[in-house]
Design a protein around this ligand. Sequence first.
Ligand SMILES: Nc1ncnc2c1ncn2[C@@H]1O[C@H](COP(=O)(O)OP(=O)(O)OP(=O)(O)O)[C@@H](O)[C@H]1O
Ligand SMILES: [Mg+2]
Length: 570
Amino acid sequence: MNDSYTAKKDAIKELIECGKSPLYFIKKYAKIQHPLRGLITFDTFSYQDDLLQGFINHRFNIVLKSRQVGVTTLVGAYIAWFLLFHRDKNVLCIAIKQDVAKNIIRVVRTIFKNLPKWLQDLTKITIDNRQSIELSNGSRVKATTTVSDAGRSEAVSLLIVDETAHIKKFDEVWVGLWPTLSTGGRSILFSTPNGTGNLFHKLYSQAQNNENLFNCRFGTYINPSNPEEIYDDRLMWWVKPGNDDAWFKNETMGKSPREIAQEYGCSFVASGETFIFPEDIVRLEAEVKEPIEKTNFDRNLWIWKYPTKGAMYLIACDISRGDSRDFSAFHVLRIDTKIEQVAEYRGKITPDILGFVLVETSKKFNNAIIAVENNGGWSGQTILRIRELNHPFMYYTSKKRGEFVDPYYAQYAQRGNYNDYAEPGYAITPINRLPILAKMEQYVRMKHIDIYSSRLVDEFRTFAWNNSKPEAQRGYHDDLVMSLAGGLWIREESFMAFRSDGINKMLLENITNESTSTFNAENFNYNSNNLHQRGRIKEFIKDQNRIIIGTGESETIDWLLDPRSKISLG
Ligand SMILES: Nc1ncnc2c1ncn2[C@@H]1O[C@H](COP(=O)(O)OP(=O)(O)OP(=O)(O)O)[C@@H](O)[C@H]1O
Ligand SMILES: [Mg+2]
């Protein structure tokens, strides 16, 4: 036996070892680019070893992960092994962005380029560009952000989908690719969550219940700083050695709770898009109280607090279509102190009967001003009934400018022709809808309102973003949400505005500035810890104080607000 024979024999042995075990191969021969330490040997963490084992044991794998735990790198290394030790394999990587797609290819390339010579000699790279690599053994990897051009016609041996939950129309992609996988292909889907209802969420949930072919369990992990937090079906941020609480704090600084839930919490629910933030909903749930009285003929008028002498109340009402198939709803809000929900109605009631109920409720609560959403339709009947009952405590807006008009002013100062001057109620239009809702979100988040109603909290849970429009999810109601938003808007626009006519000053008499929400409006983009910006909100409060009038003219209503309370545009 000569040396070269021994060397050859050893090489073959080594080769077989590598071929048999990706873990052995990666730990010994794979190099990765570390942001601080440069080119280093890929010394995998134990949870990465678990992942690898899962990739080998199961044809279909789905990984729910936190950000930055090293999954892309690990999958890249797995691809390198897969290509090197198999012939004529076709690996397809799908990513949300070009960068991410290139990233995987970069990991594979770095590994190939830094293999010892004897391994490099084994199979040569025949094609190498930013998005694909091909080896002389006929195996290749291609990364793409679009699927139409890739993989459809040819069988895919290994399908990788990076940030699966964030890929638009992934369900269509999956339908297209599934047949090409069915002939023995393998797949690894991995992602941070992105709300519920998408295909990633569905496949993952099924995997948890063993209802599909996917494996979602790789190992059992215990949070080192909280031994009670144990998961076997997800990679939380703390699985990675070195990621301690200080790291987490630093990493999540400036991020909203929703972003944190999505990127680090592996939480499908909290990463979803309810309009009111999940942690606020959780807080409100804890504050729900049984009413002290359920009254009205339908027992749908819930009262939490009886009127206090001298207190000022506002009733904000959302009127149904009037065929009594829909709900009508109103809130009674105390507005001269911290805003408080003292009573609430939601019921199926005709608009004219609603008029009676509103007047009765107004009388009970110190002649509360009744503000109805004037939708031009059924609300007319309610308004008519209130007028017939000679109840003057109604809320008006000026016809010409859409400005808010004090009810006394509308009805008495302009006696006789107030119909020409002012319209009863307030209108929610496509233009002011978002600012009105944003205002409500602000009140809730900044804890400037006390809410007790379980019905309202239920509506918050299903009031969610649908593309760029917040609305009730299909089959759910938003009557209480919309009427609350209307009430808070009115409270702010007319009861807090200093006006020259002197009448609002009268209304303002008992209102302290501390009790007003916009006093703190500069905090609009911050939570109580001043931590984060809520990106989405920020987008649409830009024009919070701008209204667009019928003619298309736009006008800022900043002047209506106390100068100290200017809403931050930042
Ligand atoms: N075992 C390891 N040892 C040292 N560094 C590692 C290890 N695994 C991954 N890394 C490094 O951790 C960083 C994050 O890795 P990677 O991008 O693969 O994670 P990810 O989970 O895909 O992150 P993202 O959520 O940003 O997509 C990279 O800089 C990578 O080089
Ligand atoms: Mg990644």
